[in-house]
Design a protein around this ligand. Structure first.
Ligand SMILES: C[S@@+](CC[C@H](N)C(=O)[O-])C[C@H]1O[C@@H](n2cnc3c(N)ncnc32)[C@H](O)[C@@H]1O
Length: 259
C-alpha cells in the first residue's frame, strides 16, 4: 500500500469514516504544537494527560444534529447542544444510576440534564445564557402534558391573539428594526402577549415554542454566535409556524421510548 492510501485508511479508521471529519483529518497534529509553550492550557493538559484521550469516532454523534429526530430536544435549534445519544453513551460508560448526580457546568439547552432525567438520574447544570437556562428548565415540563393537551390550549389561544395588546419590543436592539416584516412583527407581539396571559406550565411551554419559531419568521439566520440578515429569505407566518411546532409534539411514550 502506498503512503497516501495508508494515510487515508488510517484517517477512515480514526474518524469512523465520517466525511466531515475526514476533511480535517489532514490537520491532526500533535497536541504539543497547538499552544504557545508554557501556556496554562498546555500545563493543564499535561497534568491530566493520563485521563485525556481522543475518540474521533464520537465526532459524528456529539453535535445537536443528532437530535433532529429526538422528541422535545429537536424543538429549539441550539447549535451548540450535544446529541442525546452522545450523553447516553457516557451515562452508560460511567454506569450512572439514580444514586449519582450529573453536573453540567456548561449546560446549554440541557441535553445532558434532560437525558439524565429520562434515565432517572438526578442532575444539575449552569449556563451563562438566560435563553439556555429558560429552555433547559422548560423542556421537562413537556413531559407533564397529557395527549392533545397542548393542542387544545393552542386552539383556545388562537382567537385571543388578534384581540391582545402588542407586547413591547426591544427597539434599542438595532436588528429588531429590520429582522421582521411589519405585519409578522405585529402578530408576534400579540402572540407574545396572549401567551403571557396563560397559566403555568402552558405559559413557559408556549413561550419555548414561540422562541423556537422566531428564526424562521425573520429575515435572520444564526451564524455561529451572530445573526446574519438576509432580506431575500422566505419567511413563515407566526401562526403557521406555531401550528407546525404543535403538530410535531410527540406524546410521553414516544419521548421516553428511545431509552
Ligand atoms: C457546548 S454548549 C453545552 C452543551 C450542553 N452540555 C448539552 O448537554 O447540550 C456550551 C455552553 O456553554 C455555555 N457557556 C460558555 N461559557 C460559559 C461560562 N463561562 N459559564 C457558563 N456557561 C458558559 C454556552 O452558553 C453554551 O450554552
Amino acid at each position: 500500500m502506498d503512503m497516501n492510501l495508508r494515510k487515508i485508511a488510517m484517517q477512515k479508521e480514526l474518524t469512523g469514516n465520517n466525511p466531515q471529519q475526514m476533511l480535517f483529518a489532514e490537520e491532526i497534529a500533535p497536541t504539543k504544537t497547538l499552544y504557545p509553550s508554557d501556556s496554562k492550557r498546555e500545563k493543564l493538559e499535561d497534568k491530566f494527560k493520563n485521563l485525556i484521550h481522543e475518540e474521533l469516532k464520537l465526532g459524528s454523534v456529539v453535535s445537536y444534529v443528532g437530535n433532529k429526530n429526538v422528541p422535545f430536544l429537536r424543538i429549539y435549534r441550539y447549535k451548540e447542544a450535544f446529541a442525546f445519544d452522545f450523553v447516553m453513551d457516557f451515562l452508560r460508560r460511567f454506569e450512572a444510576d439514580s444514586d449519582d448526580y450529573v453536573f453540567d457546568p456548561f449546560s446549554g439547552l440541557g441535553t445532558t440534564m434532560y437525558t439524565s432525567m429520562i434515565c432517572g438520574i438526578p442532575s444539575v447544570g449552569i449556563d451563562k445564557l438566560p435563553i439556555a437556562h429558560f429552555i433547559s428548565k422548560t423542556l421537562p415540563l413537556l413531559l407533564l402534558l397529557k395527549e392533545n393537551e397542548l393542542k387544545e390550549i393552542w386552539a383556545s389561544l388562537i382567537p385571543q391573539i388578534q384581540k391582545s395588546e402588542p407586547a413591547d419590543v426591544a427597539l434599542d436592539v438595532p436588528i429588531m428594526k429590520v429582522a421582521f416584516e411589519e405585519e409578522t412583527l405585529l402578530t408576534l407581539r400579540k402572540l407574545k402577549s396572549a401567551i403571557d396571559d396563560l397559566s403555568h406550565p402552558y405559559r413557559d411551554i408556549l413561550l419555548l415554542l414561540f422562541f423556537s419559531i422566531l428564526e424562521e419568521c425573520s429575515f435572520t439566520s444564526k451564524d455561529g454566535q451572530f445573526l446574519r440578515l438576509n432580506r431575500d429569505k422566505k419567511t413563515s407566518s407566526p401562526i403557521d409556524a406555531m401550528n407546525r411546532k404543535i403538530a410535531q409534539l410527540p406524546g410521553f411514550q414516544e419521548s421516553v421510548q428511545r431509552v
